[in-house]
Design a protein around this ligand. Structure first.
Ligand code: NAD
Length: 337
């Protein structure tokens, strides 16, 4: 019989609610606990999802029934919370960014390895049929030799958004950055995953339209490990949210992804000629372009829990997920001298 996972979530905020909803659709999961210091929010969450509210995160970890912890707290808290979960022998799934410093990344990976528990990071935008198809198409040389790969993310975030929930967003201590570390990290991760890593970075960042410590606009240029060049431009100052976009130009064609959907495909190979592996198909399963928010989280949770049950690398593992944070930290180093 399949293992019945007992899950505790840390953080009853925006994404904690998405997680509870996503987990409620999985037959092998029972959500048993929420750790949330805001009493009212924690009790409301516990009532809505039929689980126990803990005011303190360490108290939740003392519940021996819990075998998986999901971290949905401000980003700067992720390392300490992941390390503590590992020390209690719990598998951990954390939201992006997994950490906001190199020291945090190292500590999380080391602690989970030492404890023999899995560490997985939510990057739900990787789990789309079109993104996986582009990844496989690049491996098949469908666009010739990759030359240029550009990402853009133009979103709208109000000052109220930054000031909400204690004002942790847009701070160095808890958000670890701005438009890049919080919002555009998904696109940075996709770019580096599709192109096989970033080798060199030049960048500018600025804070032009919000009262925050960190950047609300960034422009970076990359040399990818495969020798191609590229850019990432991101802002939270746009008048409305535009679809994040990735354009890849090769010597034999080009491809564009908009909000994880292929909108331009120019290649000698048709999309049907791209051969997905069983693992690719497993990963994207029942993906639909217009699927409701939270569906990709559910798909990734299912995949991660399967990795825990069958003792293989979860998707996306901490070791793999750190690449996007390492790149963004590299952008900040170059931009801030
Ligand atoms: N994957 C995605 O697309 C996505 C989307 C939104 C947010 N996120 C990530 O999720 C994380 C949380 O973001 P959010 O928007 O939900 O923030 P939020 O402010 O809405 O929620 C965070 C919650 O954590 C609680 N909290 C604070 N300290 C705590 C502690 N010590 N123990 C337990 N709970 C504590 C807060 O009271 C709050 O309820 C961030 O890392 C963010 O980057 C990811």
């Amino acid at each position: 019989m399949a293992h019945q996972f007992k899950v505790g979530i840390s953080g009853a905020g925006v994404i904690g609610a998405t997680h509870a909803d996503a987990l409620s659709g999985l037959e092998n999961v029972t959500l048993v606990a929420i750790a949330e210091p805001r009493e009212e929010a924690g009790l409301a969450f516990a009532g809505r999802w039929g689980c126990t509210h803990y005011h303190s995160y360490p108290d939740m970890l003392a519940n021996a029934d819990i075998d998986v912890v999901v971290i949905a707290t401000p980003s700067g808290l992720h390392p300490d919370q992941v390390v503590l979960a590992a020390e209690h022998g719990k598998h951990v799934i954390t939201e992006k960014p997994m950490a906001i410093t190199t020291e945090g990344l190292d500590r999380m990976i080391q602690a989970t390895e030492q404890a023999g528990v899995k560490l997985a990071v939510i990057f739900q935008n990787r789990l789309s049929l079109d993104v996986v198809t582009v990844h496989r198409a690049l491996a098949q040389g469908a666009f010739g030799k990759p030359i240029l790969a550009n990402g853009t993310m133009y979103w709208h975030r109000t000052q109220e958004y930054y000031d909400a929930n204690g004002g942790w967003r847009g701070t160095w201590a808890l958000d670890g950055g701005g438009a890049l570390m919080n919002q555009a990290i998904h696109t940075v991760d996709q770019l580096q995953w599709l192109m096989g890593g970033v080798q060199e970075i030049k960048a500018f960042t600025a804070t032009l339209n919000h009262q925050i410590e960190t950047e609300d606009v960034a422009a970076a240029a990359f040399v990818y490990t495969n020798g191609a060049l590229g850019t990432m431009a991101a802002t939270t100052c746009a008048t409305e949210d535009r679809k994040p976009r990735i354009e890849i130009i090769g010597t034999g064609g080009r491809v564009t992804l908009e909000a994880n959907e292929i909108t331009v495909w120019e290649s000698a190979l048709s999309r049907e000629e791209i051969v997905l592996t069983d693992a690719d198909r497993n990963l994207v399963g029942d993906w639909r372009a217009d699927e409701p928010w939270g569906t990709a989280h559910r798909r990734q949770f299912r995949f991660i829990l399967d990795a825990i049950e069958n003792n293989h690398q979860p998707y996306v593992s901490g070791t793999e997920a750190r690449a996007a944070v390492d790149i963004i930290l590299g952008i900040y180093r170059d931009a801030n001298g």
